[in-house]
Design a protein around this ligand. Structure first.
Ligand code: NAP
Length: 432
């Protein structure tokens, strides 16, 4: 039997689904030794740092990933960064195929004046902050204001708005990061306004998420009923199923008692962000009022202002590029997952951009893996693997392998460096 070495870069859902597809497509004459390489010391990517903590059910997909990790011929190398610790070309040389599954971690920019002010944040920073991602633990989220504005009409905007509008005790039973809980507990924010630049019928929210909102115990959820009726009239009977479900869920919200609670989450439509204003921090946002003319969303030229101390934009993501991998339009340059002319493939958001729920990555990864297998040569390369590149080098990595999770920190230099760092921190506490 020929065993092909496959490297998967990124330990998020797309990476695990690609590994699962390889395991499922193992045959009597073709098997796969899978090495997953992850920049962080912990796996599961967005399941850990993207899914809202008040959605614990979605996180249970990690059980599937645990199964993949223990199904044999799978190793996870954590704390190893491609392009920094290990060169992409070195992986390409050693492995029969390299799958890029690094997602899209950069928040798209609004590109409006004032976006860089203190108090104006991207969901790409705020979401991993409340989920305990180590890179974002020091983010400063100003919550000393009455009103926060969230820009965007997708599920990330909705997660962000909910996290700001929930009574913090509702998060006690969740795995929200301690530092975020501490900030949210002293939050003065009582009103969160979600601004969509188009109409309710164009919103990218999904119906199950909308249907949860009337169940919030401590938060009034407000949508203007006239706005939803107008959208229903515009779409008529021709609307697609998703649009109809979304509008039905929004209509239900308009019919639900939305008073008497301390906190409010309000959805406003046809408002496009133009400028964030403030002296040293965000104090207000100027929004252009849009309208529909001949089925098209157009600017009316009129504006409205919302006073607020926090603005979070949730308008989509772009991939952070890896040296040695071609990128275009915020994702890996690929055709159906193939990086043409190479043994490199892309799956998940790195392949198709930031769309789809976690499950979308399963069929997507399976399709790409089928192509990858078609492209494999008759015989494996057998030119070594990642251990040639990291064992004995100045890389401080962890390896998890097989049913007994083995934890190995191979690098004495790393241990020495951490001990020295701790000693320095104890001796000179101000020096971090
Ligand atoms: P998204 O669904 O693409 O939504 C992005 C939103 O930003 C759209 O409403 C878009 O409006 C708006 N937008 C883009 N540029 C803008 C601008 N310059 N000014 C104002 N608004 C702007 O992206 P997402 O919310 O980041 O979600 C990414 C994917 O993850 C989606 O597939 C989502 O369903 C998924 N997700 C799922 C869950 C869940 O299942 N619970 C949770 C989180 C995320 P236009 O339509 O007008 O462009």
């Amino acid at each position: 039997m020929a065993t092909f070495r496959i490297a998967i870069v990124g330990a998020g859902p797309a990476g695990y689904f690609a590994a699962q597809a390889l395991q499922n497509l193992t045959t009597e004459d073709k098997s796969f030794a899978i090495d997953m390489i992850e920049r962080l010391p912990t796996p599961w990517g967005l399941v850990r740092s993207g899914v809202a903590p008040d959605h614990p059910k979605i996180k249970t997909v990690s059980k599937v990933f645990e199964k993949v990790a223990t199904a044999g011929n799978f190793r996870l190398f954590g704390n190893v960064e491609l392009g920094t610790d290990v060169a992409t070309t070195d992986l390409i040389d050693r492995y029969d195929a390299v799958i890029i599954a690094t997602g899209s971690s950069l928040g798209r920019k609004l590109g409006i004046p004032g976006e860089e002010l203190f108090g104006s944040l991207s969901a790409a920073d705020f979401v991993p902050w409340y989920n305990g991602h180590p890179d974002y633990k020091d983010l400063v989220v100003p919550v000393d204001c009455e009103t926060a504005v969230v820009i965007g009409a997708g599920n990330v905007a909705m997660d962000v708005a909910r996290m700001l509008a929930l009574e913090p005790s509702e998060l006690d039973e969740t795995d929200t990061a301690d530092h975020a809980l501490e900030v949210l507990r002293r939050s003065a924010i009582r009103k969160v306004i979600v601004c969509a630049r188009r109409g309710p019928e164009h919103a990218a929210f999904t119906a199950p998420e909308l249907r949860e909102l009337p169940k919030l115990e401590h938060t009034n959820v407000i949508i203007d009923a006239a706005e939803i009726q107008a959208a229903l009239a515009r779409v008529g009977d021709e609307a697609e199923k998703d649009v109809r479900s979304n509008l039905a869920a929004m209509e239900l919200i308009t019919q639900t008692d939305n008073s008497g609670r301390d906190r409010t989450m309000e959805f406003k439509f046809f408002l496009a962000p133009l400028e964030i204003r403030g002296t040293d921090r965000a104090e207000e946002i100027i929004l252009g009022i849009n309208n529909i003319e001949d089925g098209k969303v157009v600017a009316t030229g009129e504006t409205t202002t919302i006073k607020c101390g926090l603005v979070i934009s949730a308008i989509g993501y772009e991939a952070s590029s890896i040296h040695g991998v071609p990128y275009a339009k915020g994702k890996v340059e690929n055709v159906d997952g193939r990086v043409v002319g190479t043994n490199v493939y892309a799956v998940g958001w790195a392949k198709r951009g930031p769309s789809g729920v976690i499950g979308t990555n399963k069929s997507d990864a399976s399709d790409v893996v089928k192509l990858l297998i078609e492209d494999l040569p008759a015989q494996p390369k057998e030119r070594g693997d990642i251990t040639d590149l990291i064992v004995g080098h100045r890389i401080d990595f962890f390896c998890f392998h097989g049913t007994n999770t083995i934890y190995i920190s191979f690098n004495l230099y790393g241990i020495w460096r951490r001990s020295l760092q701790r000693l320095l921190q104890r001796t000179f506490p101000s020096c971090n």
